[in-house]
Design a binder for this molecule. Structure first.
Ligand SMILES: Nc1nc2c(ncn2[C@@H]2O[C@H](COP(=O)(O)OP(=O)(O)OP(=O)(O)O)[C@@H](O)[C@H]2O)c(=O)[nH]1
Ligand SMILES: [Mg+2]
Ligand SMILES: [Zn+2]
Length: 339
């Protein structure tokens, strides 16, 4: 199990950032900083370097981390975090962090380093469900993108829902997302233009802290806008509230749309880095490779370019029992790791 509350809260493997662990040593009193629970807490809705914007007793307040920790906000708290506040000299200070239930992070390869070390980027805390948003058209739908997201989310133990937005532009008759339905990942079709599927989407994320992820321009902010508009509680966010849904999102933001339901909007990313995964573990993220009746009998087989005549995975692909596109996606990921 990952340790969501420590500073190396991401998965270990070869991905631990040496820079981060060096910094870690300078953090004092970190154990006292984390508390198991609190009845009086605020929720972090946005973090900008050393300022955390916190929803506290229905007000938006700005706070910094208590001084003795000697660390800036964006290294310790993330949208969705619950924090305990204290007023010191008229300013709010974050004195404690309430233990997390999850921490979503991704690892970005540090191109300036030669030793294959990645930088962890924490995205949000206490996420109950992640909605991978894709568009039927503009930008084009690439299942390979979904597969990478699925890997990262499964690696973080976060349940997933796929949202096919812009279904007003849908032309394909053969449904490209059926492969996910088959591996039991729910798919919801929506259109913010025609107000389709918004209620269904809401049912999936009600009473949860959800996060919306996906490429830029797929309509994450527009969906959140649509959800907010249909609801009474509108605790929107900060500066560009009036522009919500019209502009590219640049930092993760938190919205409350119902008493116990919230959504974290995230900036779109063009491609998700999966370089921190090891080649051999990739197949663990392709559930259907495991669900077949017969396992590949070659111990170190990557089901790739090996000349193992009887690789069960490759055979199942040929027989149509494993989807070709998913297999190709798997191969592409392996390719990118081997190169
Ligand atoms: N046709 C169609 N267009 C949509 C729909 N929903 C959103 N759009 C348009 O898609 C564009 C991008 O929408 P955004 O909500 O800003 O997309 P985003 O995913 O938040 O993008 P980033 O913030 O850059 O990650 C806008 O021009 C929207 O008007 C939809 O259901 N159908
Ligand atoms: Mg956006
Ligand atoms: Zn094999």
């Amino acid at each position: 199990m990952p340790h969501y509350n420590s500073f190396d809260s991401f998965k270990t493997k070869k991905s631990i950032d040496k820079k981060n662990s060096a910094k870690k040593k300078t953090i004092k009193n970190i154990d006292e900083f984390i508390v198991n629970s609190s009845t009086d807490y605020g929720i972090v809705i946005e973090v900008r370097y050393n300022d955390a914007y916190i929803l506290y007793k229905d007000n938006l307040v700005i706070a910094k981390i208590r001084k003795d920790l000697n660390i800036v906000c964006n290294q310790v708290v993330f949208p969705g975090d619950k924090v305990v506040l204290e007023k010191q000299n008229d300013k709010y200070v974050i004195t404690n962090l309430v233990k997390r239930t999850s921490l979503l992070s991704r690892i970005k390869k540090d191109m300036t380093r030669l030793d294959d070390v990645g930088l962890t980027k924490n995205i949000a805390a206490n996420v109950d469900i992640a909605v991978i948003v894709v568009a039927a058209k503009n930008p084009p739908l690439h299942p390979k993108f979904i597969d990478r997201y699925l890997m990262v989310l499964q690696n973080n133990n976060i349940p997933v829902l796929i949202c096919l937005n812009k279904c007003d532009l849908k032309t394909d008759e053969d449904n490209i997302l059926d492969i996910y339905r088959k591996i039991k990942i729910p798919v919801v079709e929506t259109s913010t233009y025609d107000n389709i599927g918004i209620e269904t989407l809401k049912e999936y994320i009600k009473n949860k802290q959800a996060i919306f992820v996906g490429n830029s321009g797929v309509g994450k902010s527009s969906l959140i806008n649509a959800i907010m508009e249909n609801n009474e509680i509108k605790t929107g966010c900060l500066s560009n509230k009036s522009n919500r849904g019209k502009h590219t999102t640049t930092t993760s933001k938190y919205y409350i749309w119902d008493k116990n339901s919230s959504i974290i909007d995230t900036p779109g990313i063009r491609s998700l880095d999966v370089s921190s995964f090891s080649v051999k573990e990739i197949e663990n993220y392709f559930k259907e490779f495991k669900n077949i009746d017969e396992k590949c009998k070659y111990k170190d087989c990557l089901h790739y370019k090996e000349k193992n005549i009887d690789c069960a995975i490759k055979r199942k692909v040929e027989e149509g029992l494993i989807n070709k596109d998913r297999y190709e996606s798997y191969i592409r990921i392996i390719d990118s790791l081997i190169k």
